[in-house]
Ligand binder design. Structure first.
Ligand code: ADP
Length: 479
């Protein structure tokens, strides 16, 4: 779909992640791509994010744009806004440096994350409030930035920003940023009558506040939007009440980054035409490195090893598949998360030579090589707001084996249905995963069907162009 060219809007994305600066999951991918394609469509999209100590920071040139100070309760802090000098990512990128709070190795996982991200939001809003002009749109992402609509409307120091339109995109509603009311002093002096806009179930709930205060709320697939009214980690009633301002927009994928014909991370590039030989060569590389039997269908898992992804079921599901299936498939997993799951996988390394291996950790390059070399990608997720992995897999001709939930339901058609190219199952259970692996092993023998499915899904358009237009409609509805 062509991108609608239009009079440029200035859109300010505020996020905790942005690929390739800092990424922990899909949020990073989306914020690294959406602004780029918005700029291509004629808008002026910019990204503001925390300055962590990442490789990207040290490898690029920066200029100081602004210096300011603010308070987080009783803590006075200074902050600096730096800008990447060369427009390397296709949009203006600004980092917020708050000495001692944000400049750390990891993005999340510190005891003072509430303080870190509240200070980040205060710094961002303070900076925007110093501008001589108003942007057209402030677009927040997830709970780390979801207090911003409240701050812009109800903190006395920022009320001149109240007329600026705001959008909140929810990439994952499981995490909400809860804080006790003892931390309410962190938020710059605000209208106490508005306490209800911060509160949910007796705590300050930044995500809930964002849903209440933002002009529009989007989630990253339509099915997930519907599911949130039934299951939203305590916010179901809020999503039911606010459904009039909520819209589901399926994520795109960055087809410049995720392209098997040009991907510098993979050893053998390939296209739809050269799919069969290209994939075989990439599989060979993976099988050599991880000592897996090249003749077996290769199932991989890439992702956070957490309950949402049903990673806890995988060790037993894989063992069952190995025993019941007479060792006729091989498995490779990449990820980190729950210690018990990591340990189980570690113990399985060596126990099943030729058919199982695991890498515990985060490895961007290996993930690309796995999408390229695998035959099947397993995603038994209990919750999947959009899921990007299945779309990357499809682009590299790897058949997704997914549970029917959220964005997986919206992007994968079961091979038993008309023009189906994937494998879907209903329950996050060992039995369903095993049955689906069995279906995969069976279709792997049918090379004609297999090749048709691979070629078909490689050509599905998941690019950002259509999605950019949908976001544009949301912005325009607020004008
Ligand atoms: P999430 O819920 O984690 O955001 P998504 O499917 O939306 O899930 O996005 C996951 C992104 O993170 C994909 O780009 C995937 O390839 C990447 N990813 C997840 N875990 C790892 C890992 N261990 N190593 C490399 N990439 C990973």
């Amino acid at each position: 779909m062509p991108i609608l060219k239009n009079a440029g809007m200035e859109i300010i994305h505020i996020s905790a992640e942005c690929y390739p600066v800092a990424k922990a999951g899909g949020l990073g991918d989306v914020v690294g791509a959406l602004p780029k394609y918005q700029c291509e469509s004629g808008d002026i999209a910019k990204v503001i994010m925390p300055m962590y100590r990442t490789k990207f920071l040290y490898e690029n040139d920066w200029q100081v744009d602004y210096k300011g100070n603010a308070n987080l309760g009783n803590l006075y802090f200074e902050f600096t806004i730096i800008k990447e000098s060369t427009n390397k990512l296709g949009f203006d990128l600004f980092l917020v440096d708050i000495n001692g709070l944000l400049d750390r190795q990891k993005i999340y996982g510190y005891d003072d994350d509430a303080e870190r991200f509240t200070a980040f939001q205060i710094a961002v809003v303070s900076w925007i409030s110093s501008w001589e002009h108003s942007p057209d749109m402030v677009h927040c992402h997830d709970h780390h930035t979801a207090l911003i609509p409240f701050m812009m409307q109800h903190c006395y120091a920022f009320q001149h920003l109240a007329a600026i339109s705001t959008v909140l995109t929810i990439h994952n509603a499981q995490y909400q940023g809860w804080m006790g009311w003892d931390k309410s002093l962190y938020i710059p002096r605000w209208d106490l009558w508005k306490r209800g806009l911060l509160d949910w179930a007796g705590n300050i709930n930044p995500l809930a506040s964002g849903v209440k205060c933002a002009g529009k709320v989007t989630t990253v697939s339509s099915s997930y939007m519907e599911e949130l009214r039934i299951q939203a980690n305590g916010l179901e009633k809020l999503f039911q009440f606010e459904q009039g301002k909520c819209v589901g927009i399926l994520n795109g994928i960055d087809t410049q980054v995720w392209n098997p014909a040009t991907d510098a991370y993979i050893q053998h590039s390939f296209s739809v035409k050269t799919l069969t030989t290209g994939k075989a060569k990439n599989k060979q590389v993976l099988c050599n490195r991880f000592e897996l039997d090249i003749n077996l269908p290769l199932f991989v898992f890439i992702g956070r090893m957490v309950g949402e992804k049903a990673a806890d079921l995988l060790p037993d599901a894989i063992k069952t598949a190995i025993y019941h299936g007479n060792r006729n498939a091989s498995f490779l997993v990449l990820g980190s998360g729950q210690t018990s799951v990591e340990l189980e996988f570690q113990q399985m390394i060596g126990a099943y030579p030729g058919i199982f291996n695991a890498v515990i950790g985060y490895d961007e390059q290996l993930s690309h090589q796995m999408y390229a070399g695998a035959d099947f990608l397993l995603m038994p997720s209990r919750v999947e707001p959009c899921g990007l992995n299945q779309m990357y897999a499809m682009r590299y001709g790897t058949i997704p084996v997914v549970r029917s939930t959220g964005g997986l339901k919206d992007t994968v058609v079961d091979m038993g249905d008309f023009e189906g190219f994937g494998i879907r199952f209903n329950e996050a259970s060992i039995a369903d995963i095993n049955y689906s692996i069995g279906r995969g092993i069976k279709v792997y023998q049918d090379k004609t069907h297999l090749t048709w499915m691979r070629k078909y899904m490689m050509q599905i358009d998941h690019s950002w162009e259509g999605t950019v237009n949908e976001y544009k409609q949301v912005y325009l509805s607020l004008k």
